[in-house]
Design a protein around this ligand. Structure first.
Ligand code: AMP
Length: 279
């Protein structure tokens, strides 16, 4: 496995595969890898000749009051996991190499970024799309893998790829969960043990809403109200909404499918989850 730290070294590592027109699978991450990341890696390994990944905690996508400085960094363990999974090339990005002083570009997607995380975290999606646009240019992947865990991000990246005519396929992958239902996340390690015990209630609330929908309730308000009620005691809910998988469009009654998405805080930790209704 080649571990590269600069754009130049990445280019050299990929040159031969590119010349031989090998298919390149790419998994962008911010490191602190867990089973969710590894499911993307395994799928990319199975579907491509070459497996590539990046580890870069992208400062552009963090807000001023967010957790950039304390975001978990576990590079040695991440590299061991990627090697074990059969990665060929891993870029460990640095801010200096990714954003040299003269860097002056922002990639900003409208509409799909309204509501959800876009409304809660101004600047977040422009940060994400700027880095992902750059990474796509650097890796020239055939397929890029993203998790439904960040549903709006999947929609935003798909929109960007279509709008900017990137010649690659975006592959969204299903959410991987802990055995008690909590969606795997690098931020779960911030939870105190008392909060960790409460955290699966978010998934259970979404499941309860899905059950209500399956039982015939097709009013979005009623589905969201159930989630709100279930979380009222322990969580501070940022939002719960019903959204279309394709373009993150807000769904209107009658609700016939899509995903129910919620973001909620438990102590100082923000949890994000969603569930496809028709599954
Ligand atoms: P991050 O390192 O948080 O930027 O995540 C890198 C990629 O892994 C993103 O495409 C995430 O959506 C995806 N991911 C994170 N957690 C999960 C999970 N529990 N299941 C599936 N994919 C995930």
């Amino acid at each position: 496995m080649h571990v590269v730290r600069t754009e130049e070294a990445l280019r050299a590592a990929l040159a031969e595969w590119r010349a031989n027109r090998r298919s390149i699978g790419f998994v962008p991450t911010m490191g602190a890898l867990h089973a969710g990341h590894m499911s993307l890696v395994e799928r990319a390994r199975a579907e491509n000749d070459v497996l590539t990944a990046s580890i870069f905690v992208n400062p552009l996508q963090f807000g001023e009051r967010e957790d950039l400085s304390r975001y978990p960094r576990t590079e040695a363990a991440d590299l061991a996991s990627l090697e074990e999974a059969g990665a060929d090339v891993v870029l460990v990005g640095s801010t200096e190499d990714m954003y040299p002083a003269e860097f002056a570009t922002r990639v900003e997607i409208s509409r799909v970024t309204s509501g959800g995380e876009g409304a809660e975290r101004p600047g977040h999606f422009p940060g994400v799309t700027t880095v992902v646009a750059k990474l796509f240019g650097m890796f020239t992947p055939t397929r890029a893998y993203f998790g439904w865990k960040d549903m709006q991000q999947c929609c935003v990246i798909r929109r960007m790829v279509r709008d900017l005519s990137y010649p690659l396929e975006v592959v969204p992958c299903e959410i991987v969960r802990e055995s008690d239902g909590l969606a795997c996340s690098s931020r779960n390690r911030y939870l105190s043990s008392a909060d960790r015990a409460k955290a699966p209630a978010l998934y259970r609330a979404l499941r309860a809403a899905r059950e209500l929908w399956r039982g015939g309730e097709s009013r979005g308000d009623a589905l969201c109200a159930l989630v709100r009620a279930r979380l009222a005691d322990d969580f501070r809910l940022d939002y719960v909404e019903l959204r279309d998988e394709e373009d993150y469009r807000e769904l209107t009654d009658p609700i016939t499918g899509g995903r129910i998405v919620a973001a909620a805080r438990l102590g100082g930790t923000r949890l994000l989850d969603n569930l496809e209704l028709a599954r």
